[in-house]
Design a protein around this ligand. Structure first.
Ligand code: HEC
Ligand code: HEC
Length: 304
């Protein structure tokens, strides 16, 4: 075996090493590999010259192109803030219906509204606005005070039994505690009121009792809740026939409401939020209602 011997099959020289009759060929490194290594090396040199790269005792080599990611980030934050300020001033200036018709502004409303709602409203009305016991479902239930945008905005601004001089006021009288009706009369009323939204409940009452309840209702309740019990916006007395309950819809919940009365408290937001924020919340809430109207109905508010 000698160095420089040629392999008859491939024409390559051998290295001179041989194991059990197998000889090692002296094959050169393939050209593509050299090419790849060279290109990579060149790229490395060029890139680290152009871009910020090598660390030094006092900082780092800034690169010939002067690229600075930190500055780019700062700039894009400034741009976003300027854009936001522009959107906010438009939301402040434009009317509710103009904003509703503008998809870009509504996108801001949905983003900001979600946060504002979470921070200010969810504690009482729930994150999805569908209510908790004692706090109405404001996404699905019919709005007691009216659901056109200006009215909703006013309700949110002044509150209900709130501190604003113009606050809406609502009070359900304590018919039992204040001795206006006897417990028997209140029980008859509870049975009648329950039957208004739940016809199956009539099965548990005698026809006679329902008739007596109806009479008591006509004498004591229609002034605020209306002849048809569907509520009156002027008094803030809710619809008792729609199956949505703020204070619970079981017979005993209704009994307790009539016995002790109710006076819900909804803060006056004019004192705590800016006019633009109240606008955003109004539009966000109406948007949730529109979406919910398309979705299958879930009666969640106040169910015990
Ligand atoms: C402290 C609890 C509480 C908070 C916080 C609260 N609400 Fe209310 N809200 C209520 C109560 C209670 C009612 C029902 C009052 C009544 O009928 O007497 C109500 C009623 C409403 C109504 C009227 C619904 C109708 O039927 O007309 C709207 C609209 C409303 N809230 C929106 C909001 C928005 C928006 C926020 C956040 C900015 C908010 N609420 C925060 C307790 C709250
Ligand atoms: C002075 C006006 C007034 C009169 C009279 C009145 N209500 Fe009410 N009622 C209200 C108001 C306002 C509310 C809403 C209170 C709230 O949400 O804070 C209410 C709430 C209720 C609720 C609770 C509804 C719910 O969503 O949980 C029931 C039940 C009810 N009233 C039944 C009656 C019955 C029965 C009578 C007659 C005995 C009656 N009310 C008389 C004003 C009145």
């Amino acid at each position: 075996m000698s160095v420089g011997e040629r392999d008859p099959h491939t024409g390559h020289q051998t290295t001179g090493h041989e194991w059990n009759g197998i000889k090692e060929l002296n094959t050169p490194v393939p050209k593509p590999v050299w090419f790849f290594l060279f290109t990579l090396g060149l790229f490395g040199i060029v890139w680290t010259t152009l871009m910020p790269s090598w660390p030094s005792a006092t900082g780092y080599f800034k690169g010939l192109l002067g690229v600075d990611q930190r500055q780019a980030v700062r700039q894009s934050i400034e741009e976003a803030a300027a854009q936001r300020a522009a959107w906010m001033s438009r939301i402040g200036e434009e009317s509710l219906s103009q904003i509703q018709a503008d998809n870009n502004l509504m996108r801001v409303v949905r983003e900001d509204g979600r946060t504002l709602f979470g921070d200010n409203c969810a504690a009482c009305h729930g994150m999805n606005g569908r209510g908790n016991k004692g706090y109405p479902n404001i996404v699905q239930a019919p709005m007691m005070w009216g659901d056109d945008p200006e009215t909703v905005l006013h309700t949110i601004s002044v509150g209900i039994n709130g501190t604003d001089p113009e606050t809406r006021t609502s009070q359900m009288l304590a018919f039992g505690r204040d001795g206006m009706l006897t417990p028997e009369q209140i029980s008859l009323l509870a049975g009648f009121v329950k039957s208004l939204s739940d016809p199956a409940a009539i099965a548990g009452e005698s026809e006679d009792d329902i008739a007596k309840g109806k009479e008591l209702f006509a004498a004591n309740c229609v002034a605020c809740h209306g002849e048809d019990a569907k509520g009156l916006a002027e008094t803030g007395a809710p619809n008792l026939t729609d199956g949505y309950w703020t204070y619970g819809g079981s017979r005993s919940d209704i009994y307790r409401t009539i016995f002790n009365g109710r006076q819900g408290h909804m803060p006056s937001w004019s004192a705590r939020l800016t006019p633009a924020q109240i606008k955003i919340l109004t539009l966000y809430l109406l948007d949730l209602r529109k979406q919910a109207a398309g979705a299958p109905e879930v009666v969640a508010g106040g169910q015990s």
